[in-house]
Design a protein around this ligand. Structure first.
Ligand code: ZN
Length: 160
């Protein structure tokens, strides 16, 4: 079965930057699972998965603009430390999650004060050209419930 609208796709990926350094991989756990055509992946990546089948191995290169957008030097914010989620001691360069009204957002710590921290709120991968090495490990039709929820259910996908 080839990937089309309302396919549920499982895949392994390794994410690299333009110089080939590995940034992230699914290889140490379950493959990722997503519902095709529901906008759950980066649009440029989802487009390249269309029509592929189980066992296909390929790479998708995305310019920063098609991945997580360009880096905006103005996107800095001072945030009370109590709104941050992190492990260990807070320090510059650390990636943290910020509790906001719209849920958690990743940010990078620039400077730590006594009660607040200055954050770079660009997505950590903003401004970077990226390459995804993909292996499709499974393709099946979505259930009615998955189509209604607009996401895939199961290990590697939504579990609720
Ligand atoms: Zn659901």
């Amino acid at each position: 079965m080839n990937i089309q609208r309302n396919s549920v796709v499982s895949f392994h990926y390794t994410l690299r930057d333009a110089s080939g350094d590995e940034l992230e991989t699914s290889r140490d756990g379950e493959p990722s699972l997503y519902l095709h055509g529901a906008g759950n992946l980066l649009p440029g990546l989802e487009r390249q998965l269309e029509g592929k089948a189980e066992g296909d191995v390929f790479s998708v290169a995305l310019d920063a603009a098609d991945a997580y957008g360009d880096r905006d030097p103005q996107r800095q914010q001072r945030v009370p430390v109590k709104h941050l989620l992190y492990r260990g001691r807070l320090r510059p360069g650390m990636l943290v999650q910020v509790n906001t009204a719209e849920g958690q957002r990743p940010a990078t710590v620039l400077k730590v004060g006594k009660f607040s921290a200055d954050l770079d709120t660009n997505h950590p991968l903003a401004g970077r050209d990226l390459v995804f090495d993909i292996e499709i490990t499974g393709v099946r039709a979505a259930t009615e419930e998955e189509v209604a929820h607009r996401h895939a259910h199961g290990p590697g996908g939504h579990q609720h």
